[in-house]
Design a protein around this ligand. Structure first.
Ligand SMILES: Nc1ncnc2c1ncn2[C@@H]1O[C@H](COP(=O)(O)OP(=O)(O)OP(=O)(O)O)[C@@H](O)[C@H]1O
Length: 250
């Protein structure tokens, strides 16, 4: 895969996306100069944008960063990434790329896969553990994930609908056990911007997880997609809701 050429129109859009990241970082301080960051790379559009944003930031003289891109494999779920293309893509941005293998999900959870819950949760947990262990062992301070604004809305709704609580995914969160921080630089970027920006970019070939569409997240995502067609503002509205609690009506 040759070095990526980003079309001019996309450069403008990238500036807009970057400004959203920068503004959020000014407020939340999730990334600081000299941080050592692992980027969790699935191979999809969000991961790719994340690599691009942090590579641009790390190249500015006042914000040196030590970045490593990591893809975690799991043979059970059938997602497959073209490793060579991904490596070439990251290296074209001046960032090293490695893969790690996650622990398999236990047999009981595989049997439970039809119920769509335990398997996905455990697969995600094992993936995060693989990233955390590597980060701790090699002295990385943070793990960056490509969740965006629509993921925040999705998670908020999922928790309300299936768990009876109000919780989502924060911009940063430090794990007590590992002392490593998860960061989400795209948390204030709506997915439509990412879809638009990656429309013209040839991403590495990726076979997605076979359980992805059937998960609860998949169901909530589909529902939101339907609503968004008619009411594009609902994502902003959902994301704002925890900051606007009307206690007198609870
Ligand atoms: N196999 C993996 N290895 C490393 N990190 C991963 C992997 N899968 C997901 N991640 C990280 O977790 C984030 C959220 O995962 P999720 O499966 O929800 O991806 P997504 O929303 O489809 O994003 P993407 O467009 O990057 O695939 C990704 O953006 C990425 O940072």
């Amino acid at each position: 895969m040759s070095t990526i050429k980003i079309p001019v129109g996309e450069k403008k859009l990238f500036k807009k996306i970057y400004a959203k990241f920068w503004k959020m970082n000014e407020r939340e301080k999730i990334v600081a100069p000299h941080d050592r960051i692992i980027i969790g790379f699935s191979g999809g559009k969000d991961s790719f944008l994340l690599v691009h944003i942090l590579s641009v930031l790390g190249k500015t003289s006042h914000f040196p960063l030590d970045i490593l891109v990591v893809h975690v494999t799991n043979k059970q779920v059938g997602y497959q990434l073209n490793i060579e293309d991904s490596k070439a893509l990251c290296e074209s941005m001046g960032i090293p790329f490695i893969t790690l293998e996650s622990e398999p999900v236990s047999k009981i959870d595989i049997e439970d896969a039809d119920k769509n819950t335990t398997f996905c949760l455990n697969c995600g947990k094992n993936r995060r553990r693989a990233l955390l262990e590597y980060a701790k062992e090699h002295g990385y301070t943070s793990i960056a994930l490509g969740h965006h604004m629509d993921d925040v809305a999705e998670t908020l709704l999922m928790n309300q609908m299936f768990c009876g609580c109000i919780a989502s995914i924060p911009a940063q969160f430090t794990t007590e056990k590992y002392g490593v921080k998860f960061i989400r630089p795209l948390i204030e970027v709506p997915v439509v911007f990412i879809q638009e920006w990656t429309k013209y970019i040839k991403l590495p070939r990726l076979v997605r997880c076979k359980y992805e569409k059937d998960s609860m997240r998949g169901e909530v995502r589909e529902m939101l997609e339907q609503f968004k067609k008619k009411h594009p503002f609902i994502i902003h509205s959902i994301v704002q809701s925890p900051y606007n609690v009307k206690y007198e009506y609870l």
